[in-house]
Write a protein that binds this ligand. Structure first.
Ligand code: NAI
Ligand code: MG
Length: 796
């Protein structure tokens, strides 16, 4: 036998990692884990336990408590009680605790890695080299943020008691992404791990005890979906942070609607992995392995759709098949395997069913020639070619080691295919041409774009989705915002601020004679004044009940037309900040010219003193100046992430936004919401104040005489809540702002869940729009944009 032949035929022997220490940890708890509440192990009120198994062997590992409502109450109460003291000890003390957690995780990293592999079935190579180091990194990074909280983020305060619900694919990593920022910012938490993978969270609880973390700051309760739902519904929970399926994400959005609970959702994905013909194909093959066979493909941002430029498709498929043949599958604790077990029998069944469906729908299946071990829940790496973009396996998240491949001809087609999904978590772009990569990255609707790399994460960069992949970010400064709220929110009132009404009626009579307002105002769609579809109008009375004019009564069809118009206009979105600023200054200038006229209109509608109305116009002009000023300054960041990358955090527009204006301050309420939204490049559909609409309808003339593209601002007058509902339900609206009463706010959050549009509502609390601190600022720009993190190789 030649040496070459020996190398080629030699099989690997097993290289098992010892599981002794992990089993000892389980033994120390007598094989049965209680709940970690208020710094102690507490038996569950239900008295019920369920089994956690090792998916590589199907053998039982330990018994886990099923927390019921009484247990959830106990845990939330403990967190609530711990909150004041945790706030009081201050930034530096909290930083020391986070640092201690990081150190302790590092010290016990091998135990954590083994326990994770046992419980989840993922290769020890991954838990040891990827999961646990990222966990430690998160606690270190956030120890830093805890230290800097009072200086860097002094306009913000903690949210309070946080309920956190995590999935089973990266059990401890997801725990760290949730807990580290939450407690660093001064919140206390109750966390529920996934039912199939609770063990590392319970070991983490021990670590909290060891470092003497104050009781009640971290509480870990175990159980199934019902336990999670009880936590979501608890009245004393101020925020829910969830990672898991889009289906459950929508349930949680609806369950929390109108409650005022802050919410972040990191949901599913069907991320494109785009390969252009000039890509380095050998790197691509290794990228594909990381994209879809890392963690058995049970990764929310898995590159599960391979999009290849036609000319190189067959060549690449051949290389991928050859590489698949060499992948090794087996027991997670074997140090030389690449692929472990699927987390559970149910998940394995879901994957198998979808694979069967793929074959049935006509795609070509390829799997390596070797067979999987049968003692655990294994699934072979799988490649589908000849996949139709509309087929189930191209659209549904499979959450397993299954790659579906499609080809494209042009760059434009690549973008179209990539965006042909309801999700928007990540994408990965492979080309040796930097111009091409950076041309494609902004065009993909996804929260993360990896250029010539994939599935890389770091605590310094935000991670999270667009569209039905959820909202909110985890990691970095962006992620901190999920655990903070602006201090200024405390100044909001339960009643709208009182407008001082001038009771001498003179001005109304005067205005009514004005020929301009004798006619019914039209709506404004696609840059043109439009008659209402229904042909109805609404009478608007002034503050004294006197008739002042009529506006068109918009309906569902008018909203649809406006949404369509808004989508047709990409010009505005692609303008630079400087170019948008120019247009905004021009708007302000035109408004200044007509200051008297706008002030008279406010007097006519509200019966305020003229000097107050003039002040409102003056403030509106000033507000436009603020956003014109910020248009080229509210920019992104460059995160210095730990790999050989820099990560550009780019704010992007939401797309098409629906804005339901406040009823207070007819002009300023309109300006304060619409201007920041268009500053960030959005196209908007605006529903002006129902009672005081004329400041908005008068504004058509300002829009027409400035350089705002026709379809950027669309205005539909009519019944506020009826129009708002149509907008909230509309699948082509990406985000909605609603300023109104509590019920309306709840409706918005409920109805927006279908396509997971992002909402910003005031929960029946009122801002004083005249007050600069409440009525303007970067928070408006933040809510009008979403961050895309673009990872670029740097110094590699
Ligand atoms: P899941 O979304 O049901 O579970 C995630 C977590 O939510 C678990 O802790 C679970 O106990 C909890 N939960 C379930 N129902 C709940 C409810 N009504 N209220 C509050 N909490 C609830 O995910 P599952 O069933 O384990 O997996 C199903 C599919 O979801 C997978 O096949 C995959 O497609 C997707 N998934 C996506 C993940 C991601 O990271 N984006 C993670 C896990 C699953
Ligand atoms: Mg398990």
């Amino acid at each position: 036998m030649k040496i070459k032949e020996i190398y080629e035929t030699m099989s690997y022997g097993p290289a098992p990692e010892s599981d002794e220490a992990a089993h000892q940890f389980i033994k120390d708890h007598k094989g049965k884990f209680n709940l970690f509440i208020n710094g102690a192990w507490v038996t569950p009120s239900s008295g019920e336990y369920f089994d956690s198994i090792n998916p590589c062997t199907k053998k039982k590992l330990a018994k886990i408590s099923e927390a019921n409502e009484a247990d959830v109450n106990k845990a939330v109460n403990a967190a609530k009680k711990a909150l004041p003291e945790w706030i009081k000890i201050g930034s530096h003390q909290r930083a020391r605790y986070l640092y201690a957690l990081a150190r302790q995780i590092q010290k016990h990293s091998r135990l954590f890695a083994v326990l994770e592999s046992l419980d989840n079935g993922k290769p020890i190579r991954e838990t040891r080299d990827i999961d646990i180091p990222i966990v430690a990194r998160h606690f270190y990074h956030h120890a830093g943020w805890a230290q800097l909280r009072d200086t860097e983020l002094k306009d913000y305060k903690e949210v309070g008691v946080i309920g956190q619900i995590i999935p089973w694919n990266f059990p401890l990593m997801m725990l760290s992404w949730k807990i580290a920022p939450a407690i660093a910012m001064g919140n206390t938490i109750v966390l529920k791990p996934a039912e199939s993978t609770s063990l590392t969270a319970l070991l983490f609880a021990e670590i909290c005890k060891q470092i003497g973390l104050p009781k009640g700051v971290v509480n870990i309760i175990t159980g199934h979906g019902k336990t999670g739902a009880t936590l979501v519904d608890h009245k004393d929970v101020n925020k829910i942070a969830f990672t898991g399926s889009t289906e459950v994400g929508k349930i949680i959005r609806r369950a929390t609607a109108g409650s005022g609970k802050k919410l972040s959702l990191e949901l599913g994905g069907k991320s494109p992995f785009i390969v252009f013909e000039d890509a380095d194909l050998d790197s691509v093959v290794e990228g594909v392995v990381d994209a879809i066979w890392f963690n058995q493909g049970q990764v929310c941002c898995a590159g599960s759709r391979l999009l290849v430029q036609e000319g190189i498709a067959d060549k690449l498929y051949k290389k991928i098949r050859a590489r698949m043949e060499t992948l090794r599958i087996g027991n997670a604790l074997d140090k030389s395997i690449d692929i472990g077990a699927i987390v559970s029998q149910e998940q394995l069944k879901t994957i198998k069913d979808l694979v069967k469906l793929g074959v049935k729908e006509g795609s070509t299946l390829w799997q390596p020639s070797w067979s999987c071990p049968t003692d655990g829940y294994f699934h072979p790496p799988t490649l589908f070619t000849d996949v139709a973009p509309s087929s189930t396996i191209a659209q549904e998240e499979i959450f397993g080691p299954v790659l579906v491949a499609m080809s494209f001809r042009t760059h434009k087609e690549a973008v179209k295919l990539a965006n042909n999904t309801r999700y928007g978590l990540a994408c990965s772009i492979w080309t040796e041409n930097i111009n091409l990569a950076l041309d494609i990255a902004p065009q993909i609707k996804a929260g993360t774009a990896w250029i010539n790399c994939t599935n890389v994460f770091d605590a310094a960069a935000g991670f999270g989705g667009y569209r039905e992949s959820g909202f909110g970010r985890e990691g970095g400064r962006e992620g901190l915002m999920e655990y903070l709220k602006p201090r200024i929110n405390d100044a909001f009132t339960n009643q709208p601020p009182k407008i001082v009404v001038n009771n001498t009626s003179g001005s109304n009579g005067q205005a009514q004679q004005d020929s301009e307002i004798d006619r019914t105002t039209k709506m404004y769609i696609g840059g043109k004044q439009a008659r209402p579809d229904g042909g109805y109008s609404m009478v608007i009375n002034g503050a004294n009940g006197n008739y002042i004019g009529e506006v068109s009564k918009g309906n569902r069809k008018d909203i649809r037309n406006a949404v369509e118009a808004a989508h047709s206009c990409s010009k505005w979105t692609h303008r630079t900040g400087h170019a948008r600023a120019q247009v905004l200054y021009y708007l302000a200038e035109n408004l200044a010219i007509r200051k008297e006229e706008f002030a008279n209109r406010i007097v006519q509608m509200t019966n305020q003193k003229k000097k107050d109305a003039l002040l409102e116009v003056e403030l509106s002009i000033e507000r436009i100046y603020t956003y014109a000023a910020l248009a080229d300054k509210y920019d992104g960041r460059v995160h210095h992430t730990i790999h050989n990358n820099v990560t550009l955090a780019m704010p992007e527009s939401m797309g098409v936004m629906g804005i339901i204006c406040p009823d207070e301050s007819p002009l300023l309420g309109f300006i304060s919401t619409v201007i920041p939204a268009i500053t960030m490049g959005n196209n908007v559909i605006v529903v002006p104040s129902e009672k005081l609409p004329f400041s908005a309808t008068d504004f058509y003339q300002i829009l027409e005489t400035s350089d705002v593209p026709g379809s950027t601002v669309n205005i539909i007058t009519g019944e506020k809540d009826e129009l708002a509902k149509v907008l909230a339900k509309h699948d082509d609206v990406d985000s909605i702002w609603y300023f109104g009463d509590k019920n309306g706010c709840k409706e918005m959050e409920l109805l927006s869940a279908d396509n997971m549009k992002q909402t910003w509502v005031n929960y029946g609390k009122y801002r004083n729009w005249l007050d600069k601190e409440q009525g303007e600022g970067k928070i408006f720009l933040k809510k009008a944009s979403q961050i895309k993190n673009i990872w670029i190789p740097y110094g590699a």
